[in-house]
Design a protein around this ligand. Structure first.
Ligand code: URA
Length: 230
């Protein structure tokens, strides 16, 4: 690829600005300061301001989503994207979340510029399990364990019942719920259906990826290897 195309593709600057960056000596290829925007290089041979081009093979990030921000590019207020470096958001393939968490849900959220990865993880056929920890403002009836596991819970306004889901109660008003699909506000609606409104909700795992193992404070992120979901 041309150097100016690399800089713009990975979100550093426009192709026009790339010429200036190169003129100012900010770009190196294989350890030598680059001279021409039209010179060809592989993205992983390029340094920008002394740092390797980030994620030349695709952006795959796990974010510990804080409460109060929205998984949207458009809405008002604080967005999850505000937490990320601007040049990631400028990448040519566009950056999106893998599914969504509600504004008032925290925890594990994947962010990528790989549309096929989003599709693979959110496809209803894949049934990638997602684990949520919750607290409720009322006791969760023990009968909910069997009800959720049975795959017969019909949520208000829907025509197909929820897929079987695993509920583990960790206290009178708290527990862990594993879902194999992603419906709108699903955890909150399932628990509300058994008389237990959710007050705190955190996603703690997606497939093999565990939030606890990533050691991320709310608002922090880590690069992940997408191959773990293969
Ligand atoms: N279920 C919910 O109710 N909210 C989320 O953010 C995710 C699952």
């Amino acid at each position: 690829m041309r150097l100016d195309a690399i800089l713009s593709r990975f979100g550093y600057c426009s192709r026009r600005e790339a010429a200036l960056w190169i003129k100012r000596g900010r770009v190196q290829v294989k350890g030598t300061v680059a001279k021409s925007p039209s010179a060809k290089a592989e993205p992983d041979e390029v340094l920008v301001d002394g740092e390797p081009v980030e994620f030349p093979g695709g952006l795959y990030i796990a974010l510990n989503k804080p409460l109060g921000c929205t998984c949207s590019h458009r809405e008002e207020g604080e967005l999850v994207y505000d937490l990320l470096p601007q040049h990631w958001l400028n990448r040519a393939d566009g950056v999106s979340t893998v599914g969504r968490l509600d504004k008032e849900t925290g925890g594990l959220l994947l962010i990528t510029d790989d549309g096929a990865f989003v599709h693979a993880l959110t496809s209803p056929k894949r049934h990638v399990p997602k684990v949520y920890e919750f607290e409720c403002s009322a006791p969760v009836p023990k009968s909910a364990v069997e009800l959720f596991a049975g795959g017969e819970l019909l949520l208000h306004g829907e025509t197909t019942p929820c897929l079987p889901a695993e509920l583990v109660l960790t206290g009178e008003c708290s527990g862990r719920l594993t879902l194999h699909e992603g419906r709108y506000h699903q955890v909150r609606r399932m628990l509300a259906a058994v008389g237990a409104p959710v007050t705190v909700l955190t996603r703690v795992a997606i497939g093999p990826l565990q939030l606890a193992e990533l050691n991320l404070a709310p608002g922090e992120w880590a690069a992940i290897d997408p191959a773990i979901f293969a």
